[in-house]
Design a protein around this ligand. Structure first.
Ligand code: NI
Length: 244
């Protein structure tokens, strides 16, 4: 069940049997010449659709994240880390007012990890300074780092997976949105590797936006397998989180 498509009495009834919620979180940033700008939001949102079908409440996707290094490419949007931190904190605190206690952020973007974990620490710090137990538990799960997803990416792409605009994430977007498949020629086939700094430096070192990846290896059929693997990983991790 999706929060955006429920009513408040339905949320109240849900809270009678579960105080857990899944929040998909992603980014709006370039994903190379053939990848959608919404890739990092579409991937966790697609997997969260399976969680919603399993009866888990899924909140609205937080689709703008920490992507300052992509601003050299048209269409990318970023929050600064302090803004994203404030957004996550306000979202958790809002739902905590209603009795939610377990917040599972299903993440699609590596650049969000440090900031979202810092937001969790801020929320717990508020409780610690006030000497008032919050009873709140937050966890971040990265769909791309699940054991089934990682095994599948290794099997299908090996070293060609890379780290940005990867074949696995692009395959998943093509499964979710078949009309998005693009076959423009990529040059070089394998994108370069290197550290991430600011936007100008990024564009200079990664001229077409990719890092280390060969997204032309992706297919919508692979995407369906990533969906199934990602859903199994997320279901298992969420259930363990609730039981912890
Ligand atoms: Ni991505």
């Amino acid at each position: 069940m999706f929060l955006q498509r429920t009513t408040w009495p339905e949320v109240e009834a849900y809270l009678e049997h579960s105080t857990g919620i899944v929040m998909p979180i992603g980014s709006t940033e370039q994903h190379g010449p053939t990848g959608l700008i919404g890739t990092d939001a579409i991937c966790p949102e697609t997997i969260a659709g399976g969680l919603a079908e399993a009866g888990i409440l899924v909140g609205p996707t937080l689709s703008i994240g920490m992507a300052q290094h992509h601003l050299g490419f048209p269409g990318s949007i970023t929050l600064r880390p302090s803004t994203l931190l404030a957004v996550v904190r306000d979202v958790v605190n809002s739902l905590a007012v209603h009795g939610f206690t377990h917040f599972y952020f299903l993440n699609g973007h590596g650049g969000n990890i440090a900031t979202v974990n810092a937001a969790f620490a801020e929320i717990w710090a508020d409780a610690s300074f006030a000497q008032t137990p919050s009873g709140l538990k937050m966890k971040m799960g990265n769909w791309f780092a699940g054991k089934r997803v990682q095994a599948l990416a290794r099997e299908l792409y090996g070293d060609a997976e890379g780290s940005h605009a990867t074949a696995s994430e692009i395959a998943l977007t093509w499964y979710a949105h078949p009309e998005a498949e693009r076959r423009d020629k990529l040059d070089p086939l394998r994108a370069p590797y290197g550290p991430i700094r600011d936007a100008a430096d990024y564009r200079k070192h990664f001229p077409d936006g990719r890092i280390g990846s060969e997204p032309h290896l992706a297919t919508p059929e692979h995407g369906e397998r990533f969906y199934e693997a990602g859903l199994a990983d997320a279901l298992e991790d969420y259930r363990n989180f609730l039981a912890s």
